[in-house]
Write a protein of this length. Structure first.
Length: 315
């Protein structure tokens, strides 16, 4: 091949590669609050799955701010991305953005956010089942009697449902008394909020607590640290929560930790599922009805305690 022809071939190859890059599927991924580990896990898994397909990804963190969440959504729509994944988003508060995305022909899949009539589907765990697993396990450890402390979060759909299921279980088990309940505010300093609130409840009920329920693992870590600082050993005050993750499994396996069990939700798998749904609908032309029969795609949860935690620990 002569020099000019070689240069022409190289230029053509470069043009083809840049054209392919320019035509790559553009996915926007919005996580509502990356300081919440589960939000970050879903968003990062979705981004990694999309990049593995050769897609271009814009990964955004709303930092727990509803105005910023809406602005990021608007920016992705204005850019004309090909699809959007929303992790732990706010379909009610951001209804205008969801509607605008649908009007623009941009498929949106939500994860652990609640359904929207403008989204393709919501991928979530069955929080009613999750709530029952956590509540019944904890009451079993308490012998279905005694004083219970609660750490709740009413401003998140999933944790609110878990709390409502706990209430239903407690209504049928009158020998368990709610000795104290703390409800976390949605603040950027939520860890400090939980620490001060639960520390106050523990001091008020010192020596008379038979169990503690936490609406998610992040709360449980803070409570666990408080209990360990007081010398509480595993099983003395059963502590149960929901989510799952490496730190949770480490604590469950640690004899010094009071965290007894969690209901594991496969957040990484949910992020990957979101990308797969968008791929099947947006690039392969499948109808959403072939993927989901309603507004939800449910994933299975697993209760993790001392009996099976070894399966989840790093090998």
């Amino acid at each position: 091949m002569t020099g000019p022809i070689r240069r022409l071939a190289a230029a053509a190859a470069f043009l083809a590669s840049t054209t392919l890059g320019a035509n790559a599927f553009e996915l926007g991924v919005i996580g509502f609050q990356f300081s919440a580990e589960t939000h970050a896990r879903v968003a990062n898994a979705a981004a990694a799955a999309a990049e593995a397909k050769g897609w271009n990804v814009t990964l955004l963190n709303s930092e727990g701010s509803l105005p910023k969440h809406a602005e990021q959504f608007d920016a992705l729509i204005a850019r004309g991305v090909d699809g959007i994944v929303v992790a732990m988003g706010k379909p009610i508060e951001a209804d205008a953005q969801f509607e605008a995305a649908k009007a623009a022909g941009i498929p949106v899949v939500t994860v652990q956010s609640g359904s929207s009539p403008h989204a393709l589907v919501e991928i979530q765990s069955n929080e009613y089942q999750v709530g029952a697993q956590a509540a019944l396990y904890l009451l079993g450890q308490m012998g279905y009697s005694g004083n219970l402390l609660q750490s709740r979060f009413e401003m998140n759909t999933a944790s609110r449902i878990r709390g409502k299921v706990l209430d239903a279980v407690l209504s049928e088990n009158q020998a368990v008394t709610v000795a104290g309940s703390f409800s976390m505010a949605r603040t950027q300093s939520w860890r400090d909020d939980v620490r001060s609130g639960m520390q106050a409840l523990l001091l008020q009920n010192q020596g008379s607590v038979e169990g503690i329920w936490a609406s998610f693992d992040g709360q449980a870590y803070i409570i666990d640290d408080l209990l360990m600082a007081e010398g509480v050993k595993k099983g003395e005050i059963p502590l149960v929560s929901v989510d799952g993750g490496p730190e949770t499994y480490r604590r469950i396996a640690d004899p010094e930790s009071a965290l007894l069990a969690t209901v594991m939700i496969p957040f990484e798998a949910m992020g990957e599922m979101a990308v797969e749904v968008i791929d099947r609908v947006a690039t392969k032309g499948e109808p959403i009805s072939a993927i989901a029969s309603g507004p939800y795609l449910f994933v299975d949860s697993v209760l993790v305690d001392a009996s099976n935690v070894a399966e989840f620990l790093p090998k």
